[in-house]
Design a protein around this ligand. Structure first.
Ligand SMILES: Nc1ncnc2c1ncn2[C@@H]1O[C@H](COP(=O)(O)OP(=O)(O)OP(=O)(O)O)[C@@H](O)[C@H]1O
Length: 239
């Protein structure tokens, strides 16, 4: 289950500030995994937030499949760096709560929550509260919460940025497996070139103000390509 995402002539900004994006065109094929890299403030999160429907474009439009994005929707799941779990709900309770807006019956919410927690390797932690879970486990709950709604697009904003190196590598492996199994379209914002190259089939470098596409590379399958890495590093350093 996946949708193509298109940004057409997209301009966006905040209040009376300078535009963050201007006339940006980008297409993300259904089922593709794309990493967005770029210096702080170039508009990576703004791209994600317009696709999520949190930020309304000032011009142009975003479409997910055939439908223009007019606001948040369950077919577009979001995972942020900070998991934003309710501390007074268990892992299962957090996932179930997110399913309420889908209007699912209670038993179905429970079934889906437990299935999603099992899918992220947290079957044993379902009845634990966030304070009883490590950072990596909390991020698994956040991932389960997004997956339980069975999204066709997954929007991830530096989701592993706050994790230690080992946990981060484990989460990357988990995410690759989930993506291979589900085929969801993934847009993944990161500051880390190696993370982008390890995960994505395509790496886009944004830069400038307003932000624009500085580079757009397909990442070949197989072992990391040092030439591609240094090319992308040069684009990143060119700001
Ligand atoms: N809610 C907001 N209100 C006002 N300005 C904002 C808001 N969110 C972002 N901005 C501004 O928009 C610009 C782009 O921000 P954005 O978060 O999209 O960049 P980014 O590339 O994701 O940065 P980072 O890597 O630091 O997360 C920045 O100048 C930022 O200060």
């Amino acid at each position: 289950m996946s949708l193509e995402v298109r940004l057409e002539g997209l301009s966006a900004g905040y209040g009376t500030g300078a535009p963050v994006l201007e006339h940006t065109d980008l297409e993300f094929a259904a089922g593709s995994f794309t990493a967005l890299l770029g210096p702080s403030g170039c508009g990576k999160s703004t791209v994600l937030n317009t696709v999520a429907g949190f930020v309304r474009p000032t011009a142009g439009q975003v479409t997910a499949g055939a439908e223009p994005v007019r606001g948040p929707g369950p077919e577009r799941g979001v995972v942020f760096q900070h998991y934003a779990l309710f501390p007074w709900r268990t892992a299962r309770g957090n996932v179930e709560f997110a399913l309420k807006r889908l209007g699912l019956p209670r038993a179905e919410r429970r079934r889906r929550a437990l299935a999603a927690l099992a899918e992220v390797g947290l079957a044993d932690g379902a009845e634990k509260y966030p304070a009883q879970l490590s950072g990596g486990m909390q991020q698994r709950v956040a991932l389960a919460r997004a997956l339980a709604a069975e999204p066709e697009v997954l929007l991830m904003d530096e989701p592993f940025g706050a994790l230690d190196a080992l946990t981060r590598t484990r989460m990357q492996t988990l995410l690759r497996e989930l993506w291979q199994r589900r085929g969801t379209t993934v847009l993944f914002v990161t500051h880390d070139i190696d993370e982008a190259l390890a995960l994505a089939g395509r790496v886009i470098v944004l830069g400038g103000s307003p932000g624009r596409v500085l580079a757009d590379h397909a990442v070949p399958a197989g072992p990391p390509d040092p030439d591609l890495r240094s090319l992308i590093a040069r684009h990143l350093g060119s700001e």
